[in-house]
Write a protein that binds this ligand. Structure first.
Ligand SMILES: [Zn+2]
Length: 307
């Protein structure tokens, strides 16, 4: 089984260093600095790995950056994320060329090809870069905000307001609903043909995670669940989710998919999945396949398949 993408923790987040601007500046301009870079929704890669630029290349990327964020220490070396969104696209609209065979990749698409460590570092940087792009103005008074604490807080520049804004993480539940030897899978209209996965949905204000599992399952499929148990979590920075996994047991209701939200929902037995589903069907019209390896959805389905 592949590792759960973005879920390892290679960085020491070194929270204690964030508050001291002198230390942050010294780390950023020091000889050990490593820099991961983002342009639009793309991350900079080289030789199939996350590009952790060092030396002159790191300094160039930091100079170009509209925002830099201290992600933490990797084996003692400071790692910063650089938002180089101001780089111009090439004349044909392609991403800007970077030096020495570097290329740009979309993390959601390439995550499974990266090492667990590279994927986790790029995901952390991407979540923070995205947040800074959308938090430039105070949600309370509308004044500009400024990055502080190494990029982990933005503070409103209106002295009377002075609100502190923290990076968002939107909680979503994802649930493996089973009934004896059957698992409830569904399809979204926006998904590639053939792909099936477990149900998921965002937690609403005033709701517990378990209540969200019950509500979303019932709203989307008509099925009533109970016996809800935590089954792990996965950062999903597209743009800012935390997927919280649960198992749940169907105890009633009638399967009646809400076609405003879903394309289809069905019960499948282990034998159905073994007979019909294959990862080889991905990117073909040959038949059904499960959510991509490395996702918590797939991890939960695989765990259930193994009994
Ligand atoms: Zn304000």
């Amino acid at each position: 089984m592949s590792h759960l993408l973005f879920a390892t923790a290679p960085l020491d987040r070194a929270h204690h260093l964030r508050r001291d601007l002198t230390i942050i500046n010294r780390l950023r301009s020091g000889p050990e600095v490593r820099v991961v870079s983002y342009w639009r929704d793309l991350s900079l890669l080289r030789d199939g790995r996350a590009l952790l630029a060092c030396g002159t290349e790191a300094a160039q990327l930091l100079d170009l950056a509209s925002e830099t964020i201290f992600l933490g220490l990797l084996a003692g070396k400071p790692v910063f994320a650089a938002d180089v969104n101001t780089l111009r696209a090439e004349a044909d609209g392609a991403p800007p060329q970077w030096e020495n065979g570097a290329s740009w990749g979309e993390l959601r698409a390439i995550g499974a090809t990266l090492s667990a460590e590279d994927g986790a570092i790029l995901a952390t940087g991407r979540a923070l870069v995205n947040w800074h792009r959308t938090a430039k103005f105070c949600g309370r008074c509308g004044s500009p905000t400024e990055s502080r604490e190494g990029g982990h807080v933005r503070v409103c520049l209106d002295i009377a307001c002075n609100a502190q804004h923290y990076p968002r993480t939107d909680n979503a539940v994802i649930m493996q609903v089973t009934d004896g030897d059957n698992i409830l899978l569904h399809r979204q209209p926006s998904w590639p043909a053939g792909m099936w996965s477990v149900l998921a949905g965002f937690v609403e204000p005033g709701e517990t995670l378990e209540q969200a599992v019950i509500r979303e399952t019932h709203e989307e499929t008509g099925i009533i669940v109970d016996d809800i148990r935590y089954a792990g979590s996965q950062p999903w920075p597209f743009p800012a989710s935390l997927m919280v996994g649960f198992t749940a047991r169907a105890i009633g209701g009638q399967l009646c998919p809400d076609l405003h939200e879903l394309e289809d929902a069905r019960w499948f037995s282990r034998a159905d999945i073994a007979a019909d589903f294959s990862d080889a069907h991905r990117n073909t019209d040959a038949g059904p396949y499960l959510a991509r390896p490395g996702s918590i959805a797939r991890q939960m389905i695989d765990a259930w398949l193994k009994g």
